[in-house]
Design a protein around this ligand. Sequence first.
Ligand SMILES: *Cc1c(COP(=O)(O)O)cnc(C)c1O
Length: 394
Amino acid sequence: MIPAVLPTYARAPLSFVKGEGSWLIEADGTRYLDLGAGIAVNALGHAHPKLVEVLKAQAETLWHTSNLYNIPNQEKLAEALVAATFADTVFFTNSGAEAMECSIKMARKYFSHAGTPERNRIIAFNDAFHGRTLGTIAAAGGEKLLKGFGPVLDGFKHVPFGDLAACEAAIDGETAAILIEPVQGEGGIVPADDGFLKGLRALCDEHGLLLIFDEIQCGMGRTGRLFAHEWSGVTPDIMAIAKGIGGGFPLGACLATERAAAGMVVGTHGSTYGGNPLACAVGLAVLETIAEPGFLAEVNRKASLLRQKLEGLVAAHPEVFVEVRGLGLMIGLVCKVANVDVVKAAYGEHLLTVPGGQNVIRLLPALTISDEEIAEGISRLDRAASEIELAGQA
Ligand SMILES: *Cc1c(COP(=O)(O)O)cnc(C)c1O
């Protein structure tokens, strides 16, 4: 009999009833160290006091009105995002996929608005992930995402990640935009080289294309800068964000320059819930916290500490791990054994990690993780790896 919850996930047999910072707690009190943070969502950890406070205060005041009216919290959050980024304007959504949908629609609209509607195709990259809607599975293009859901939405071409020449060769008179995750997340924590991102910007400038970044996973302080693309100095024309911005409250956004957003006039796009008073109260508190002086410096310090300890772990367990890669607190541990076996062994040590593409386990801890919790996480990973080695010898 089909479960009451549609069985599209192979769930671990764990249920949490409470969260505190980097810890998740089961009903019987068992505590798990959470290095997955809800897949990079709980950027400030679980039950962050400031987020709880603003959410409670907003809940007692006003939950939802509608985008038929001005929403003061939404304006504040949009202004803060505009002040902190390349963007001039922001559209709010409830999820990453919707932020991507807005980005794709905006790119198409830009060219139709400019009188060149034939320029409606987007170049994207192999092993990308942009969400689960019909548009975003077509944008990512992977067989696993698309299988059985045809007809596939037209308008996307795919080239290898990092291959500037292939990208250039794919540009033709119908190309509208290039879409990339500055650090691929689901694909296995693969950062794009600075030179590659610079090359994409140059191609876009040369051919009059829009550059779209998907920073849904790598944005909001995750890599040690507010947005990952800041490391390269390259700015996009359009950017989708979500996950960390809500700190656990469903919130996403599409950020754009005034030029790129030119076609998105009254009536062209909308969302019932997107940017409602509750979501934006929380989003503003998340952004303010990450923007506090010294916050990102701490993320970078902790990222180097974790990275250094992980290098030691990999060296100590060459039968289990191959290498560590990533940027800031967005880390991939490439496994020699099946990554899901490492994730399982870590559960046994009451440690949460997330599997990813290319046989990695992802470490995406709360940006607020402490040095002690980093050390604890390494001890638990070390024990999990030792168990895998012992099982392999048996
Ligand atoms: C999670 C993710 C998405 C999709 O976000 P949803 O909120 O699940 O729709 C899109 N792009 C990237 C890079 C992501 O990590």
